[in-house]
Ligand binder design. Structure first.
Ligand code: ZN
Length: 252
């Protein structure tokens, strides 16, 4: 069953009149499930970590088409990932329904310095629907695009205006090297999701997503440079450890 980002990509491709040519992309046969060239497929490494958190990706127009988009990795791992193409003039009714669903407690993830201070939170405190009810599930709304696209999405989406803004304290420097960005602290989307999972107390999911990004980055760059995969590098080993799997057999 294709996940939300995969479905959004297919819908966006169906609307395109001309093929999308990824900058620096490679033209060899791609695996439909991980977008990598079939020689560098990482589907066998797809992690499965149960989490109460949900992810809601609002994606700038061409974002689902980019082979380097990391929202895809979030959808690979977080079962309740929702993805919507963002447009200023129209809003998918399914998005509005999701935001009103009482099981979720939505947070818009955005830098607090650009927001009225009364909306900003730095931690994930979950409400209870009732005394005997379990706490609500956090739903992290991630604005997936360039920094200027994310700012536009934030400013021009009235349905987000009433929601709290979760501002991450980004002390670390992004290790993300696939895409250049104008801001040093502009983390890629799956890194932001990983930090959100950590704030929600879901440390295993947070770490797994973080190392899954490292594995993806390795496969992506090796495919681009037509180099073989090192299946036993630190990232692959760590991903197996987190999944509780034995080390890869040594090939004679
Ligand atoms: Zn694959």
């Amino acid at each position: 069953m294709p996940h939300a980002v995969s479905l959004l990509r297919a819908a966006r491709l169906a609307r395109s009149s001309k093929p999308f040519l990824a900058r620096g992309g490679f033209k060899r046969d791609r695996c439909a499930d991980c977008r990598l060239s079939v020689t560098h497929c990482m589907c066998a490494l797809r992690p499965s970590v149960p989490t109460r958190a949900g992810m809601c990706l609002l994606m700038a127009d061409v974002e689902p088409l980019k082979p380097s988009n990391t929202g895809w990795l979030i959808a690979d791992m977080v079962a309740d990932t929702f993805a919507f193409g963002w447009a200023r003039t129209e809003t998918d009714p399914a998005l509005l329904t999701l935001l009103k669903d009482p099981q979720w407690q939505p947070f818009v993830v955005f830098p607090g310095e650009f927001v009225e201070p009364e909306r900003v939170v730095h931690s994930v405190n979950l409400d209870h629907a009732g005394d005997a009810q379990p706490p609500k599930r956090p739903l992290f709304i991630l604005l997936d695009g360039t920094w200027s696209e994310a700012r536009k999405m934030f400013r021009k989406s009235p349905y987000l205006d009433a929601l709290p803004v979760l501002s991450l304290e980004l002390a670390q420097i992004s290790q993300y090297k696939l895409r250049r960005s104008r801001r040093d602290d502009h983390f890629c989307t799956s890194e932001v999701a990983s930090l959100c999972l950590s704030l929600a107390g879901e440390e295993l999911a947070a770490q797994t997503l973080e190392v899954y990004l490292d594995v993806f980055s390795h496969h992506y760059l090796q495919a681009k440079n037509q180099q073989p995969i090192d299946w036993d590098d630190a990232a692959h080993q760590r991903l197996r450890e987190l999944a509780g799997q034995p080390p890869a057999p040594v090939l004679a």
